[in-house]
Design a protein around this ligand. Sequence first.
Ligand code: CP3
Length: 352
Amino acid sequence: LNNRAEPSRSGKPLLERLAGSTAGPPPVWLMRQAGRYLPEYRELRASAGSFLELCYTPELAAEVTLQPVRRFAIDAAILFSDILVVPDALGIEVRFVAGEGPQLEPVRTRSRVERLDPDRVRTHLAPVIETVRRVRADLPAKVALIGFAGAPWTVAAYAIEGCGSRDFLEARRLARSQPELVAELIDVLCEATIAYLIAQIDAGAEVVQLFDSWAGVLPTDELERWCLEPARRIVTQIGAERPGVPVILFPRGAGVSYPCFADLGPAGLALDTTVPIDWAARSLSRPGLCLQGNLDPVALLGPEAAMLESARTILEATAGRPHIFNLGHGVLPDTRPETVSRLVSYLKSVEL
Ligand code: CP3
């Protein structure tokens, strides 16, 4: 089953691109476009209590989702939430400690995996689904709404490790020493993720992106089992249950395995900063596949002329192919909002 988006008559540039169009300048949105680099986010965040409380308060989460849409001429809003709300919903304790990143109750035994409760996903994540509904109702006509979830491997890696990590050694070690246990965890996460994404779609998400931020810590033989197979299941199931809703895969760090993700037939494939854009434009050439990316977020820290030149290189390499302009990873907290404005207006006005 192909996940290719149906020809779009929505009038939304992002959806047209994901349906294979190449007309007009590429649509643009930025990963982590809502967040700490925006003063209006920091102000609201300070009054909201914990980060998870913010994610679970529809009124505030909807407001934060819309903040970058009000400020910049971007073509999509991405739901304001986090990939770790899924383990939280399954009953794994998750806390965001300021300055330290996420802390989770480590999940490393069969008995703990067996106590995870997929039935809690619907009830626990109801406030996030309500956020989707509110944002969709308030969105400008040409702006698309992107829902998202973490990919099973990336979420499992946080759950096994119990925190963020540069190499996720404990998660990789468990995947080798007890693959059946990790397979069971990945299985639960697959089911929860599919149910969660379908709920987002039914509430108004028009596109969904799957963030596999830590695909790159796996060697290629394990990538098949822990990243490609779950992504195949998710793309296929969404294609079957909600045909015409585009899925964008983001297997960050997948390197030479990127073509394997293209072969799963997603509507979109998000490129990290390490993927040479001219190689991607030539080699990831499945008919209809829309590429997304991949400006280095560091380019937004300056100088501006070099940033615009890098952006132009991406536009030139992808000319004539369906492409959505984005960064290769999230906006950095030190980014000046004025720089984002400059980048977006350049992208909207440039003639190649
Ligand atoms: O604007 C958007 O992109 C939507 C919101 C969004 C957040 N997290 C908000 C957030 C999205 C799409 C995510 C995805 C996410 N979360 C990923 C995948 C993308 C990626 O960056 O690779 C991952 C790995 C996470 C896990 C996570 N959440 C970490 C490691 C951290 C702590 C580090 C940090 O940046 O602070 C978070 C917290 C988080 N998620 C914040 C935001 C705005 C900062 C929390 C705060 O405001 O205090």
